[in-house]
Design a protein around this ligand. Structure first.
Ligand code: ACO
Length: 327
């Protein structure tokens, strides 16, 4: 049996920061941000860490499935903003939720984190390694964004999406196929220079602002447009899916122009594309699960819907998942 998503929830912090907020102190404008990215506002967590974004979403996710903490077998946290380098945020979440019998780990694949973790969780469940996986995609991007740099300050937000992965009870529903890629040649265009073993924290690294995101926007943009569109078409062709077969494209939300280009290459109209970048910006590992959760809450997802989940992020990492919605 394939694995599937049996419950989903999301959490965004309450504090809203509009484009006008950045106009007050950076040389930017609502017009530039809206036209170039599609972003109008984002949420930042004022106090707390990535685990504090996950906990409310995870509680709701379990409640929706009627499960207790003791029922959870495994926890995976996809994030590039872990609470600490170690211990894993999965351990922090386990402790905060009082889950007594689980194992788990963090997974680092930047904006593809949720997709890579979804495939990993599916394989663990399908192989019998766990009955279920509490799959958390979450990032507190405000912890690593350089708010003095207009080229990145406006792009990101904080949030979490949590899905429960279990075996499907129908062989035709669930996570049916995936195509995933990495290419380390892209590493030089999007990274955090210091804080790892290659460049431990020092007074110099702090002075040089090397603990913040470094992104060469144009280079990443070109690779993202091609990577996300190519892999989305590739998974459609591999599964003999036409544009009419697709209920929704669920793309990573980095830039509305990248999303639109992907939809165009797939031949699908924008009413079949999940978009929440306008309100929440790029929440990295949380974009795809938060979209799924919001569309499910709104009653727009039906059992049997064909979904293509697609992402592109730092690494480079990119990929697509084909799933038939089962809830
Ligand atoms: N306000 C006003 N002007 C700005 C701003 C801003 N916020 N940011 C940049 N500009 C300026 C630049 O300085 C530049 O000015 P110049 O021509 O005088 O030099 C001009 O706007 C154009 O800059 P570009 O970087 O060429 O703008 P672009 O159209 O490429 O948009 C953006 C930038 C939004 C970052 C885009 O390149 C992009 O979306 N890139 C891909 C992002 C992505 O997919 N990341 C991967 C996921 S993130 C992750 O994995 C963690």
């Amino acid at each position: 049996m394939p694995a599937t998503i049996t419950s989903i929830a999301h959490y965004f912090p309450p504090d809203v920061y509009t484009n006008e907020y950045f106009e007050q102190y950076l040389d930017t404008s609502d017009e530039w941000i809206t036209e170039r990215t599609g972003i109008k506002e984002r949420r930042f967590l004022k106090e707390g860490a990535t685990s504090d974004l996950i906990v409310p979403a995870a509680k709701l996710c379990l409640e929706r499935r009627g499960m207790k903490p003791e029922d959870v077998d495994c926890i995976i946290v996809a994030t590039v903003t872990p609470d600490h380098m170690f211990p894993a945020t999965a351990c922090v979440v386990q402790n905060k939720l009082g889950i007594p019998n689980a194992w788990g780990f963090d997974l680092s694949a930047a904006c593809s984190g949720f997709l890579f973790a979804l495939v990993t969780a599916a394989k663990i469940v399908e192989s019998g390694g766990a009955r279920n996986v509490l799959l958390c995609g979450a990032d507190k991007m405000s912890a690593i964004v350089d708010f003095e740099d207009r080229a990145q300050a406006v792009l990101f937000g904080d949030g979490a999406g949590v899905a429960l992965i279990e075996k499907s009870d129908d062989p035709n529903l669930g996570i049916l196929d995936h195509i995933l890629y990495i290419d380390g040649e892209g590493g030089k265009y999007l990274y955090q220079a210091a804080g790892g073993s290659a460049k431990p924290a020092s007074i110099e690294t702090v002075k040089n602002r090397e603990h913040y995101i470094h992104q060469e926007g144009q280079a990443v943009f070109k690779a993202a447009v091609k990577g996300m569109a190519d892999v989305s078409v590739e998974i459609m062709e591999k599964n003999n899916l036409t544009k009419d077969d697709i209920a929704y494209l669920v793309p990573h939300q980095a830039n509305l122009r990248i999303i639109t280009a992907t939809a165009q290459r797939m031949g699908i109209s924008m009413d079949k594309v999940m978009v929440n970048i306008d309100k929440y910006a790029n929440t990295t590992a949380a974009t795809i699960p938060s979209c799924l959760s919001q569309w499910w809450e709104a009653g727009k997802l039906k059992k049997g819907d064909n979904l293509i989940l697609a992402s592109f992020g730092a690494g480079f990492t990119w990929g697509a998942v084909y799933m038939k919605w089962s809830m």
